[in-house]
Every structure is written in C-alpha cells, then in structure tokens.
Design a protein around this ligand. Structure first.
Ligand code: SAM
Length: 337
C-alpha cells in the first residue's frame, strides 16, 4: 500500500510559522513604515533598529507569503498588506493581528490545559482572574486592539449579515455588546427607516462614538452604556447580538435571551451574527477553529443552527431561521410571536 500524502501534516507543522511571520512584521511596524515608502532591508533595519540580516529573512518570508513585493532589493507592501495590515487603512485587520499575537498565540499554547479543564486561559497566561472581559480589557491598548480587531472583521461581515434577512419592517434596533458599532451602522446604511443604539460597557461606547461620528450616521445611531446581564435592557423591536452568544455558556445565553424577549413587542426579533457549525459538529473548519478559540478565551462555544434554535425556543422565540452568508459570520433571525 502506498503511503498517504503527508502534505496535510506537513502544512500544519508549518502553519504557525506563517502566522507568526506576519504577526512579527506587523508588531515591528514593517507594513506601516513601507506604506510611507519602499525601502531596502538595510534602510529599514537602521531606522527600526533591527539586525539587517535577520530582518532581510523576515522581509523575504513576507514576500514569499505574498504580503510584500521585492524588486532589486527594494521591498514594498502588496495591495493586500496595504489594505489589511497598514494600521491606518479604513479596512485594517491590524487590531486582530495584534490581538492574535499578544493574546491568542500565547493563550493557545495552553490549549491542552483548556481541554483538560474545559475553562479559559486568562489566569494561566496573564495571571488575570475573574470575568473574561477583565482579560480582554486588561489594559487600554489591549482593549483597543481587540475592538479594532472585531471592527476590521466586522467591516467585512456586517453588510452581509444585515442583508441576510429583510429587516425593513423594524424601526428601532439595539445592538447588544455592539463594540465599535459596525453592525448598527451597516443596518442603518441598508435600512433608511431604522434607528439603532450600540449598547456596551461604558469604556467601549466611547470607541463606538468615534466610529459613529466617522460614519456620518450620528443622527440615527446612538450609544447606550450598560451591562446586559444587569438590569432591564432598553426597548426595541429588533435586538442584534454579533459574536456575543458564542462568548457564553448555555445558561448565560438563556438569561440574555430571556432579558431580550421581555423587551420585545409581539413580532419583534433578534438578529444573531455567529459562525454556524454544521449539525454534526464537523465543519466549516473556521467554525471549529473558532469554537476552540472560544474554549481558550471565553466561557462559550460555536453552535449549530439547531443548538441556537433550542436556546431561542426555550427563551420563548418561535420562528427561527438561519442563513449562511458566505462570509466569516452567518445570520440567524428569531421572532417573538
Ligand atoms: C466579542 S465582542 C463583539 C463585539 C461586536 N458585537 C462585534 O461583533 O464586533 C463582545 C462585546 O460584548 C461586550 N460585552 C461583554 N460583556 C458585556 C456586558 N456584560 N454588557 C454589555 N456588553 C458586554 C464587550 O465589551 C464587547 O464589545
């Protein structure tokens, strides 16, 4: 019998090296510096106080990964780096790259212990005990990187999530744990009759306000400080939860869904943006990887449509529909009869 092709294993042995090469180039400021002007390795090394020969290897690695172009010894950003890795680009994913490098990469090195104990790794990795968002927001920089990371991804997904269902009958939306507000903004851009409030912890809504001001929708998108596990939620005919339910276990999700349904009128709904797992739990691959990520950093998990359906029906929702959007987050709409 011929041996099976070792490529899947060989590729996985190498996968983290690819990620770490990009993370390190971003952390050293390479993409930001090359946005200003194309340069040789020697020039960059002198300016950024790095070892020229070692930097050349890093830059060549980035070029082999398709992030930089090298011509006659001069490096420049490829368009993909210019859009997604230059930190001031409107489409930047640099926040998520930093969050992945500074938090996830370190926390995933404790994945074995997470599987042993079934619990997140903030204490083991950073010495931070208590509520999980104490870990995500362990410093102002960590909070901004995380939220900018959520924002970069959200800019790619939110327009698809709000288009997955016809939301034109709704007038008022509350985006619970809305972060920088990209979902509320995308919803108001698509549905001119809609007004939205981004509901989040006070230190987060300050960042949402910066973003809402840039969107030109400040007349229809506002912010509301609050804790969605404490006290009554605002009233609305549509609630949104984007990457919220996957942070929490079934019991906490039930508490949140019951708090939502109490504030909805009949015919009101909840829009959920999450990656949907296949019904047998295997695939899409990105949903499985995100579910492991949730194991390492939160109390939650990714779920299938029927798992969301069970939680939603237990809280009193009736019609539950799911749509795969083709982008990194799928959409579920559940209606209160
Ligand atoms: C994974 S992020 C998702 C952010 C945003 N929905 C998005 O998709 O970009 C979770 C959000 O929930 C917020 N959050 C966590 N606990 C909260 C609470 N108890 N009350 C209100 N917001 C909370 C966090 O500040 C954060 O913005």
């Amino acid at each position: 019998m011929p041996l099976p092709d070792p490529k899947p294993v060989l590729d996985l042995i190498e996968a983290f090296r690819h990620s770490k090469t990009m993370f390190t180039a971003e952390a050293l400021g390479i993409f930001d510096r090359l946005h200003e002007r194309a340069s040789s390795a020697a020039e960059l090394a002198a300016e950024l106080r790095l070892h020229a020969g070692a930097l050349e290897r890093l830059l060549d690695g980035c070029a082999a990964l398709g992030l930089l172009r090298k011509e006659s010894g001069i490096y420049r950003n490829e368009p993909v780096a210019e859009h997604y890795l230059y930190s001031e680009s409107p489409d930047t994913l640099s926040g998520y790259v930093r969050y992945s490098d500074e938090a996830l990469f370190r926390m995933w090195s404790n994945l074995g212990d997470a599987v042993r104990e079934g619990a997140p790794r903030w204490h083991q990795t950073f010495g931070i005990a208590g509520a999980i968002f104490g870990g995500f927001y362990r410093s102002n920089d960590a909070m901004r990187n995380f939220l900018r990371g959520m924002h970069g991804f959200g800019m790619l997904t939110s327009p698809h999530v709000v288009a997955a269902f016809d939301l034109s009958r709704f007038r008022s939306m509350v985006d619970l744990g809305g972060g920088t507000g990209h979902l509320a903004i995308a919803a108001c851009q698509r549905y001119p009759q809609l007004r939205a409030a981004v509901f989040d912890l006070p230190r987060v809504t300050a960042m949402a306000r910066e973003n809402i001001a840039h969107s030109g929708l400040a007349d229809r998108v506002t912010t509301r400080d609050g804790d969605f596990f404490a006290g009554e939620l605002p009233e609305a005919d549509l609630f949104a939860v984007g990457r919220i339910l996957h942070d929490w276990d079934d019991e906490s999700v039930g508490v949140l869904l019951r708090a939502v349904i109490r504030r909805l009128p009949p015919g009101g709904a909840i829009l959920i943006a999450e990656k949907l797992l296949n019904e047998d739990g295997v695939g899409p691959l990105a949903a499985n990887m995100q579910s492991l990520n949730m194991l390492v950093v939160t109390e939650g998990r990714e779920r299938s449509l029927s798992q969301y359906g069970q939680l939603l029906r237990a809280a009193g929702f009736t019609e539950v529909a799911g749509k795969r959007t083709g982008v990194a987050l799928d959409a579920i709409l559940a209606v209160k009869a």
